[in-house]
Design a protein around this ligand. Structure first.
Ligand code: SAH
Ligand code: SF4
Length: 390
């Protein structure tokens, strides 16, 4: 293994160790039952075998949980009643509780989900205006460590990581809300056709749980979402980008926002650790990036900060040769935010320059601003308990 790869492995281990104290609560309920949601297939089989049942039962149960969406063992009609009862005594099929649910004037919908330990995170459903489908924007952490200057979530200290059950649970609870079970096996899912990991938190600082949750939603005997329908957005945790590419192969979105280190250091403080040259190199080697599967660069449009024609030209030079598109995100204000949104004419000029260089440069329409559901507006009142362990 090369020195560079050694370093990456060490760095990955360091990130994991550092975030371990922000672990989610145990999968065991107060009454001793084990929540089956969020377990990998192998872990689920291990639980079922430990309960004295045949391994094929795990496959049946997986189908009921992730294809049919049942939360009650009594509805598992391929399983005889005595076994249903035995399972119900030992296991649970959990969902986060919906603590609030707001629909925007533009039909996007924000859910506040509360987890077993009382912590909460927000999830947003964004319907496609033209078609009968939409995206679910999932949170990966309660709060965020990274404090990007323009982001509301960044003003909330990291409370804890979400577990795989809580990440996949957000998606399943939104499916419950839209009655989209059973999973449209083999067809393109209808309403909830896409997942974007763009809610609260930095998914690559909680990689293990995010990866486990995504493997569950991608499993063909369950929800069956293709990796092409999943986009993971990162502020640029370079060593974990390689792992995300190798282990998940989902679409990658990178929150760029600035084209020189001096400005990016200010806007995205993580840049001080992983500067632009390293970030762009990681994008260049991201597996599967091609013209069909482009990397998305997200670029928040901040009035007079990063929105000049010179910035647009610098952006084009920076990403030259990467199969990419550039999502221009008009800054979404939040209470007390220190920036203003670029004027539409300025955004249009910026987009023209990027497009003239051969990149798609859609301007992301703000969705759900009225209910603080748009990009960068999510925040909950959760706090980390004094003295540590959440
Ligand atoms: N932590 C990850 C994913 C969550 S943020 C990341 O930073 O990529 C999802 C996207 O919203 C990111 O591109 C982020 O930079 C952007 N964003 C954050 N605050 C915003 C705001 N106030 N207005 C517009 N976009 C914002
Ligand atoms: Fe965290 Fe992303 Fe917000 Fe930055 S933009 S503070 S990484 S959630």
């Amino acid at each position: 293994m090369s020195a560079a790869l050694d370093l990456t492995a060490a760095e990955q281990a360091r990130i994991r160790a550092k975030t371990a104290r922000f672990a989610p609560p145990s999968a065991r309920l107060p009454d001793g039952r084990r929540d089956l949601v969020g377990l990998s297939r192998d872990e689920l089989e291990g639980e079922i075998v430990a309960a004295g049942e045949a391994p094929f039962r795990a496959r049946q149960i997986w189908h009921w949980i992730y294809h049919q969406g049942v939360t009650d063992f009594a509805r598992m009609s391929t399983i005889a009643r005595p076994l249903q009862q035995k399972l119900a005594e030992r296991f649970a099929i959990g969902r986060p509780a919906c603590a609030a649910d707001h629909t925007s004037a533009d039909d996007s919908r924000k859910f506040l989900f509360r987890f077993r330990d009382g912590q909460a995170a927000e999830t947003v459903y964004i319907p496609d205006r033209q078609e009968d489908r939409g995206a679910v924007c999932l949170s990966s952490q309660v709060g965020c460590t990274l404090a990007c200057r323009f982001c509301h979530t960044g003003t909330q200290a990291l409370v804890r990581n979400l577990g795989a059950a809580e990440i996949v649970g957000q998606f399943m609870a939104v499916r419950d809300a839209y009655g989209e079970w059973p999973s449209p096996h083999g067809e393109t899912p209808r309403l909830l056709s896409t997942i974007v990991l763009m809610g609260m938190g930095e998914p690559l600082y909680n990689f293990d749980s995010v990866a486990q949750a995504m493997k569950i939603v991608m499993d063909n005997e369950g929800i069956g979402l293709s990796r092409r329908r999943i986009t993971l957005s990162t502020s640029g945790v370079v060593p974990m980008m390689d792992r995300a590419g190798a282990e998940l192969g989902v679409n990658l979105a990178v929150s760029l926002h600035a084209t020189n280190d001096a400005l990016r250091d200010e806007l995205v403080p993580l840049n001080r650790k992983y500067p632009l040259a390293e970030l762009i190199a990681a994008c260049r080697r991201y597996p599967g990036a091609s013209n069909a599967r482009r990397i998305t660069f997200e670029y928040v449009m901040l009035d007079s900060i990063n929105d000049s024609p010179a910035d647009a030209h610098a952006l084009v030079r920076l990403i030259a040769g990467i199969p990419a598109k550039v999502n221009l995100i008009p800054f979404n204000p939040w209470p007390g935010s220190p920036f203003a949104t670029s004027r539409p004419a300025v955004i249009a000029r910026f987009a023209e320059i990027v497009m003239a260089a051969g990149y798609a440069a859609p301007v992301r329409q703000p969705r759900g601003r009225d209910i603080l559901a748009a990009c960068g507006q999510l925040r909950t009142e959760s706090r980390r308990a004094a003295g540590g362990g959440a």
